[in-house]
Design a protein around this ligand. Sequence first.
Ligand SMILES: *Cc1c(COP(=O)(O)O)cnc(C)c1O
Length: 421
Amino acid sequence: MSLKARDKKHLWHPLTQHKLHPETIAITKAKGCILYDEDGNKYIDAIASWYTCMYGHCNEYITSRVATQMQQLDQVVFSGFTHEPAIKLSEALIKILPDNQNKIFFSDNGSTSIEIGIKMALQFHFNKGEKRNTLIAFEDGFHGDTFGAMSVSGLSVYNGPFEDFFLEVKRIPTPNGENNEAILNTLNSIAETNKVAGFVYEPLVQGAAAMKMYDSEGLNTILGFCKKHNIVTVADEVMTGFGKTGKYFASDYIDIKPDIMCLSKALTGGLVPMALTTCSEDIYKAFYSDDIKKGLFHGHTYSANPLACTAALASIELLQSETIQQNIKTIIASHKAFNIYIKTHPKVKSTRQTGVIFALDLNIEMKRYGNLRDKLFKFFLDHGVFLRPLGNTIYIQAPYTITKEQLQKIYQVIEDALDIV
Ligand SMILES: *Cc1c(COP(=O)(O)O)cnc(C)c1O
């Protein structure tokens, strides 16, 4: 029996209504930018498996380092113990994180890194004797699928059953260069009638909102407001981190730095799950006390798993390498050229790009998981490219190691797809 037939017996997939979408594709191997399925088909992974495998699948630099680490230390409790992979990773991270970041807290997925960011923000005020219970977030933000993360996500596509259990969140629109005044007015009225603890945001690019990009100066204005009102700022760089925007972090484009940052996805180059919540010394200081209750009593079994730390360290070394930095520049230039070529196509409504993230909107309305979207998805796969349209948005976020020819093939298949819509 095929893998995809056996899959149906016991497996329940994420974000899937199995009755409407019974088909899965069994992947048997991945190397570089290519996925191989059990029927012998090949697909270019044009979204780096949800933006994780940015140095290519099964990258030998990363896998060999992890293989060596496996012989040395596999797993140990990180409460009371420490180890070299975590220490080395912290030292490497501090060098590339925004200057104000100074402490690193481990977990194992993006949503959880947000939960921790939210808990840090709430407890920061609590420890100072202030009860602040409200969070601010953007309308179309996405921060994950655990309760705190769902609460701050404006884009809660099918979160109906849980909405009554969410945290207290007030929403503001993303800045577009013209609505700064209006946003400031909204913020003022929110701050007047609520006790605001924190602001959670995806800097510059909102991934799940279909790679929506917004004004960095407007964001800086919002962060300025937060600073003035002692509102803890939590940058969700789970997607934008580690070079996606052309700099190490999206926050590097913005003058005012976040108090807290959440990182995952490309952190380990897609090899193993891990996430981080980093913070400034000011945040950490509010927890450092003779009073045990003021500590952050949050922890996960696999916190700072040595293999994950090793994968992350190797990934950061790759990110800093001349080769990858050059690749990033090449991809940015390549997308720019494609953008000029495709944006005047009659089926294209608009295009946008930040770093290696490129997106185009079709000028037809489509449901996020509707039939036309499914047709496009299938068209891409049938032509050897794994792209995952979000509604009427087609976006590319390929590994940094993608070749010129592979990029051309992605562009070509997108152009061809415009004919079928
Ligand atoms: C993917 C993502 C998350 C959630 O991360 P998981 O590892 O899927 O829990 C949170 N925020 C952003 C911006 C993301 O892209």
